[in-house]
Design a protein around this ligand. Structure first.
Ligand SMILES: *Cc1c(COP(=O)(O)O)cnc(C)c1O
Length: 366
């Protein structure tokens, strides 16, 4: 019986899928979670209460509004979108990346992004059997503009993804470099602003200047990771095309209702993000004082550290294991890209969580 299934799997599941590993999420029961860029604060009770009050009038037995009209309109107002521009909602921005690739990509080298960057660009391109080209950053995690532009011209990719600021480096790319990339690209340039709440940078003006620019954002990093809501903004001509690939009821009624209230009360979430920015500065300062650890400046809610292996005895993996023994979960970056050797990614947590992390790091590296 089980041999039968194995045979059939071999016959029916694409070989490139069989050889993939499923996206691994570590068990976090009882752990201090500093691995996934979540907002550590409790969700604001004021928003939660308002949502609960509305829940009784929701028709759970009915499909949700397929276009999530009310939420889309309130987002457009929130962003002060100009005429001719639209929003498209996704079940997380991951789903939007999937729609974008399915919509624009062809068989050849169609998706491009700097590397290291957000892994989903490459993974979803692979799922869709679409060509993907990652262009290595410099050692300091900055863009090698000359190389990047050359690749754009050689490949003319259908879509370029730029995470701004970048994950997993935490750094912003230079605005002028983005302009050069946009101007040399005949395809779509998606600027992924997942961390917009933690930086003053904003690419909106590029979207208004260039009609091949789309901006993608998410509610995940501002305290709503569990809700799964991402959105894309850009010229309505583009979004109308992409919308054809959207599954009709992709945003469920609970999310639609909650996100509406969250937008009306965004200042509460924004305050939490501002507090995280303050904690980030504090954490960076303390990391910099640890001999043997190089901490990278960040415009996000996480900080990348690199271990100086002349001074630090443990590898990144071993350090992560030692932190795990102390009930702290962080992300090992070593092994995911050559530029990330000896690197770990630390999400900024609550003040006391960060203090615990710093203490545990000091104890674990020697
Ligand atoms: C976290 C993250 C996302 C994923 O967002 P979801 O809305 O949770 O799917 C997208 N892009 C980047 C760069 C991220 O770091």
């Amino acid at each position: 019986m089980s041999k039968d299934i194995q045979d059939r799997i071999k016959k029916l599941v694409r070989e490139d899928i069989r050889s993939l590993d499923a996206y691994h999420v570590p068990d976090s029961q009882g752990m201090v979670k500093l691995d996934a860029m979540e907002n550590p604060y409790d969700f604001p009770a004021s928003i939660l209460d308002a949502w609960k009050a509305e829940l009784s009038s929701i028709n759970i037995n009915r499909y949700p509004d397929p276009k999530a009209q009310k939420l889309s309109e309130s987002l457009k107002g929130f962003l002060s979108l100009k005429d001719g521009y639209e929003v498209l909602l996704g079940n997380g921005s991951d789903e939007i990346i999937q729609m974008l690739i399915a919509c624009f990509a062809t068989d050849n080298s169609s998706v491009m992004s700097p590397e290291p960057s957000f892994v989903m660009y490459k993974m979803i391109a692979q799922f869709c059997k679409v060509g993907y080209l990652g262009v290595p950053l410099r050692e300091n995690f900055e863009l090698d503009l000359e190389v990047f532009l050359r690749k754009v011209e050689e490949e003319q990719p259908q879509i370029i993804f730029i995470a701004q600021p970048n994950n997993p480096t935490g750094k912003l790319f230079e605005h002028n470099h983005l302009i050069d990339i946009i101007e040399s690209s005949e395809g779509i340039v998606v600027i992924d602003e997942a961390y917009t709440a933690f930086t003053d940078y904003d690419a909106t003006e590029l979207m208004y200047l260039y009609d091949n620019v789309l901006i993608m954002r998410t509610f995940s990093k501002v305290g709503m990771a569990g809700v799964r809501l991402g959105y894309l903004v850009g010229r309505s001509e583009w979004l109308n095309e992409i919308d054809k690939l959207r599954l009709p009821y992709n945003i469920n009624v609970l999310s639609q209702t909650l996100c509406n209230i969250a937008i009306e009360n965004y200042d509460v979430l924004k305050k939490q993000a501002e507090e995280i920015v303050r904690l980030r500065a504090e954490m960076l300062d303390q990391l910099k004082r640890i001999d043997g650890i190089h901490a990278v400046e960040s415009e996000t809610n996480f900080i990348v550290i690199r271990l100086d292996r002349d001074k630090v005895r443990v590898t990144a993996k071993l350090l992560s294991d030692k932190l795990k023994e102390r009930k702290i979960l962080v992300k090992v970056l070593s092994g995911s890209h050559p530029l990330l050797e000896n690197c770990l990614r630390l999400t900024v947590g609550l003040h006391e969580e960060n203090a615990g992390l710093i203490q545990a790091l000091k104890l674990s590296i020697r």
